[in-house]
Design a protein around this ligand. Structure first.
Ligand SMILES: Nc1ncnc2c1ncn2[C@@H]1O[C@H](COP(=O)(O)OP(=O)(O)OP(=O)(O)O)[C@@H](O)[C@H]1O
Length: 652
């Protein structure tokens, strides 16, 4: 068997020329520019493609065993020709038909690359230099990375089960050609790279071996290279080399699926390299967990936590590719959606089941009780892992939290069964934090609760400043009571599902009444009652002035420095949520809030003094209501009227 690609067809064979889709040219330029200093990655990408091709063939052969008939073991060969300055990466995997060559290599078919392009600003697109390698790496540049080291590429391929074979050629300048390949072309794909002047390193056998060991050792198929030739018959080869014995090939990688190997055989570097293979991330993972479960379910899982979020991560709630499902070492499909709950969609890795049928379909996965059990076990693993990091490596946990904290919060809503465990993992700033980044866990908070406090207090607001300066915190702050500040978008939604943690009730101080009696002294209570009594006429005046804009007006026990605030009943939807729903064109239950006032405040004293002047009282009342709305992060129905009113009072 020849060790190189088949020769070009005899002259006269028809060669068609096609133009690349416009975007391909851009991708090529970007890849070549941004990865120039990172050339080595091309080999990892191409070996990865070859390995995918072998996996695809093995999968298709489950239903059609004949596809495997004409070849022995599935392998990936790296063949060097120093004289011709070529490196050939050849696999006997699934191969590509003529249409597939056109589609896969001539257009930006790969959704990751597409998204990458879409995410670049037009200016950046034009000048590839400004894109950093980290960024491009998150998308997996795949085949096009070959052009970093090659100025001409010939791809010869025969699709498994097809009689015809094709050669795709391009020098990356906007066009590619297609022609028929000789009939004896073996199954699979051979990429022959004509190396650039400055890529001569890759003609060195040791260099390739070391790259394979570093990046592709874990690839499950043998990666073979020519064994060192015996010195004896040097220079004896015939001119055309036609009868020269093909050098024997030897396997240069471990060639066993990494997750099937025992933990003790694997180094951190092995795990890290495998992570890069499955995730297309350039950076190292934050942590991993590798387990084999035996019993009535038999499966192996290797799960990774990335250290940073791909930058289009949040957008991808429904597009999840993180977890690969294997059945008895055969790759079946990307199945993160079936195997992990959505709030853990940042997890990357592999699950290999011994029990699922090889021909399992997506639909079957959805209904399978076995899958349900695996999903439960994986969820537990990830939560265990996170707990461990949170406990033992707080700095690492902060890195994790910064990347995926908001995603994890979805678990409070989504995973009722594990709610307590998810809550334990959450981190929030509190009224004791100097900045939004100074966060505490609920356990930290409970540990700091004062003797009389038996509930966990939190406040939801739109933004850190709105939260930390919120009027509703005043009385609690004055009493030295710590309050958790939930200031992110998702918090308000999540807070609907916060009921209890560690046997303690979670209380939103923005809603309902809080019983400050147990936090304060008896004198406080007496004073409060006295103030309320004295302010009764003022309360009535404001109620009349505000009409149905409020459900009620009452004297507040939460305010110290502010004049007024708005309060909702405990189970009502927050003002922010109401506004959000309205902005999405949905009907929000428009519940009028309660206006709470602080009669000790100078402004309220003025209102009391102006009781006989109806017009003035009306202005004051509206202003109090509007101020309180703004403090809540709300917007005003009629801002111009608000300004006019304020000016009247300022001037008058
Ligand atoms: N050796 C190969 N054998 C068969 N098909 C291949 C081979 N190399 C590439 N392809 C096909 O070309 C397509 C495009 O390859 P490319 O490497 O650009 O993207 P990808 O592999 O889909 O993405 P990624 O590298 O991010 O996984 C692949 O999806 C695959 O269908």
């Amino acid at each position: 068997m020849s060790t190189d690609t088949p020769t070009a067809p005899e002259s006269g064979a028809q060669v068609e020329t096609h133009a690349f889709q416009a975007d391909v040219q851009q991708v090529l330029q970007l890849v070549i520019h941004s990865l120039y200093s990172n050339k080595d990655i091309f080999l990892r990408e191409l070996v990865s493609n070859a390995s995918d091709a072998c996996e695809k063939l093995r999968f298709e052969a489950i239903a059609a065993p004949a596809l495997l008939a004409d070849g022995g073991e599935l392998t990936i060969d790296l063949l060097l020709d120093a004289d011709a300055r070529t490196l050939t990466i050849r696999d006997n995997g699934i191969g590509m038909s003529r249409e597939e060559l056109m589609q896969n290599l001539g257009t930006v078919a790969h959704s990751g690359t597409r998204r990458f392009l879409d995410s670049l600003a037009a200016g950046q697109r034009a000048s590839g230099e400004s894109i950093d390698a980290q960024l491009i790496g998150q998308f997996g540049v795949g085949f096009y990375s070959a052009f970093i080291v090659a100025d001409r590429i010939d791809v010869t391929s025969r699709r498994a089960g097809h009689d015809d074979a094709w050669i795709w050629r391009s020098n990356g300048d906007g066009q590619f050609s297609l022609e028929a390949a000789p009939a004896d072309t073996p199954r699979g794909t051979a990429l022959r790279l004509h190396l650039r002047e400055d890529a001569g390193d890759y003609l060195q056998d040791w260099k390739l071996r070391s790259l394979v060991r570093t990046y592709s050792d874990h690839v499950a198929f043998p990666i073979r290279m020519a064994a060192p030739a015996p010195k004896a018959n040097d220079g004896e080869d015939g001119e055309d080399g036609e009868e020269a014995a093909a050098p024997a090939l030897e396997t240069v990688n471990q060639a066993s699926a990494l997750w099937t190997r025992s933990k003790s055989d694997l180094s951190d570097d092995d795990y890290k390299a495998f992570y890069k293979h499955v995730s297309h991330d350039f950076a190292d993972p934050l942590a991993w967990t590798h387990n084999r479960v035996e019993g009535n379910q038999n499966f192996t899982s290797l799960l990774y936590l990335p250290a940073h979020a791909p930058f289009d991560f949040q957008a991808g709630r429904d597009e999840r590719k993180g977890l690969k499902l294997y059945v008895k070492r055969v790759f079946i499909m990307d199945a993160a959606e079936q195997m992990l709950p959505a709030y853990l969609r940042f997890v990357r890795g592999v699950v290999d089941s011994d029990d699922l049928p090889l021909n399992v379909s997506r639909e079957l996965l959805q209904e399978s009780r076995q899958v349900e059990r695996i999903k439960g076990a994986l969820t537990k693993r990830v939560l265990d892992q996170l707990e461990k990091i949170a406990r033992d490596e707080p700095e690492q946990y902060t890195t994790f939290w910064n990347a995926f904290g908001a995603t994890l919060k979805e678990g409070v809503v989504e995973d009722g069964a594990n709610r307590e465990r998810v809550l334990k993992l959450l981190r929030f700033p509190t009224t004791r934090s100097a900045s939004a980044d100074e966060r505490a866990s609920l356990d930290d908070y409970i540990g700091r609760m004062t003797g009389l406090q038996d509930e966990i207090y939190y406040l939801t607001a739109d933004g850190w400043n709105a939260a930390r300066n919120h009027p509703k915190l005043e009385a609690l702050k004055a009493r030295g009571v710590e309050v958790i500040l939930m200031h992110e978008r998702i918090d308000d939604w999540m807070s609907g599902y916060l009921h209890e943690y560690a046997g303690k009730r979670l209380r939103n101080v923005a809603k309902g009444e809080i019983d400050l009696d147990k936090l304060g002294s008896a004198e406080d209570k007496a004073k409060q009652e006295e103030t309320a009594k004295a302010a009764a006429p003022l309360v009535e005046t404001l109620k009349t002035a505000l009409g149905d804009r409020v459900k009620d007006v009452r004297v507040s026990n939460r305010l110290v420095d502010s004049a007024a605030c708005l309060v909702l009943d405990e189970y009502e939807m927050s003002l922010q949520m109401q506004q959000l729903m309205k902005s999405l064109g949905q009907d929000a239950p428009a519940s009028a809030p309660i206006l709470e006032i602080n009669p000790e405040h100078a402004l309220l004293k003025r209102v009391a003094a102006a009781q006989d002047d109806d017009a003035r009282v009306a202005d004051y009342a509206a202003l109090l209501f509007e101020q309180a709305t703004l403090a809540e992060g709300g917007t005003l129905d009629d801002p111009a009227a608000f300004i006019a009113r304020m000016n009247r009072l300022l001037v008058g």
